[in-house]
Design a protein around this ligand. Structure first.
Ligand SMILES: O=C(O)[C@H](O)COP(=O)(O)O
Length: 373
């Protein structure tokens, strides 16, 4: 094994890595590496757990404002490094640097929280919802608040939700319980105008906000011609087995709807990487957690989350059949040393049941306690 280093054009700074050849850098970049520029573009191909997860021809590593990159846990091959600037990335992530100033600077561990929305009015009526945009019931509102209580001591830098109101309500209600008292703010980047109109001009206020990114790719699977029909009545009409197959199999599509496999193609693709239309930057929830070391919450749906969990937990198409997600129950994953591993039980009905504390999370909580004294 030889030592490799990536020299960044700041004159005084270099990033060191250890690799098998001169181009490979991995396991480098834990807290404290300083750069003189605010952003670095690296063309890289990351590998997690020694397996290639995807090809990222261009990935932007946004450095924190004070020039500290907290963690880079990917093994990757560098071919080029250059400095870039992206207004979009800046607008989304400028508030993220708040996490280092937040109680409990977390050094080498990041968190991913997945929450299925609380009960919707159509869940209550046992109707196939799919992409129909239905709000929460009172019970769903309570479930979202309860979910918020369970994750109130976990750090959150950015929130992703689907484009559907039940997921957005869940995210917003959950955040009302968080002890960081930051304000979740929906990012409007649909057009130049919406970006300009929704700009926050105070840096200080920005630091007190959490960006909420809406993505249709995280929507519930399209249930096609079943949408609006009662699940029980549909089972009586077409047979229990057929309906179970439509609802739980990996590759069977409900009539004119999406299979889990199709849902997975858009949801997992978005989760792993997507290109921002304005800045042309490649980003993604996975990258955000793994590469940038951000603490991310995703509020979405039974089937978009089943697809993401299947990906994260490496489940087979057979195993995913038995994966059931309850409304409003947060699941916690921890990213450490390039691995994202499940930490919390989906059945946990208390904060302690949702996750077991790691050292860094305990520290974050302790700092929250100190601030609120
Ligand atoms: O879309 C729906 O009806 C539900 O949110 C998920 O339904 P399922 O449990 O039938 O997949």
């Amino acid at each position: 094994m030889s030592t490799g280093s990536l020299h960044v054009a700041t004159g005084t700074t270099s990033v060191r890595g250890f690799g098998n050849d001169s181009r490979a850098c991995y396991g480098f970049g834990n807290s404290g590496i300083r750069f003189l520029s605010t952003e670095l573009r690296v063309h890289l191909v990351p590998k997690i757990n020694w397996e290639p997860v995807a090809s990222y021809p261009q990935v932007h590593l946004r450095l924190l404002r004070n020039g500290v990159i907290r963690s880079c846990r990917f093994k990757f091959h560098t071919t080029e490094a250059s400095f870039v600037h992206s207004a979009y990335v800046d607008s989304i992530f400028s508030s993220l640097h708040g996490s280092t100033e937040d109680p409990g600077k977390i050094s080498d561990e990041s968190t991913l929280i997945l929450i299925r929305h609380g009960e919707s009015l159509w869940n209550e009526k046992n109707l196939f919802s799919g992409c129909v945009d239905v709000p929460l019931t009172n019970k769903g509102i309570e479930e979202a608040i309860e979910a918020g209580k369970r994750i109130r001591n976990l750090p959150i830098d950015i929130i992703y939700t689907s484009a559907l109101i039940r997921a957005q309500m869940t995210a917003m209600l959950a955040l009302t319980q968080h002890r960081c008292y930051k304000v979740p703010i929906i990012v409007h980047d649909e057009s130049e105008e919406s970006r300009t109109w929704s700009q926050i001009h105070s840096e200080n206020t920005k630091k007190q906000s959490i960006p909420v990114v809406k993505a249709w790719q995280l929507n519930e699977r399209r249930y096609g011609e079943l949408q609006g029909f009662n699940k029980q009545e549909t089972a009586e009409r077409y047979g229990k087995e057929q309906v179970h197959e439509w609802r739980r199999s990996y590759s069977t599509c409900p009539p004119n709807g999406e299979s889990l496999e199709m849902t997975s193609r858009r949801a997992v693709a978005y989760f792993r990487e997507h290109t921002n239309s304005e800045s042309r930057t490649v980003t993604g929830i996975f990258l955000c957690v793994s590469l940038l070391g951000k603490h991310v919450m995703v509020a979405a749906h039974a089937n978009s989350l089943r697809a993401i969990i299947m990906y994260l937990d490496n489940l087979t198409s057979q195993e995913v059949i038995d994966l059931e997600l309850s409304n409003g129950v947060p699941m916690l994953y921890i990213c450490k040393e390039g691995k994202i591993i499940r930490r919390g039980s989906p059945l946990g009905s208390t904060e302690a049941g949702v996750y077991a504390y790691t050292w860094d999370l305990a520290l974050y909580r302790q700092k929250l306690d100190e601030v609120s004294l």
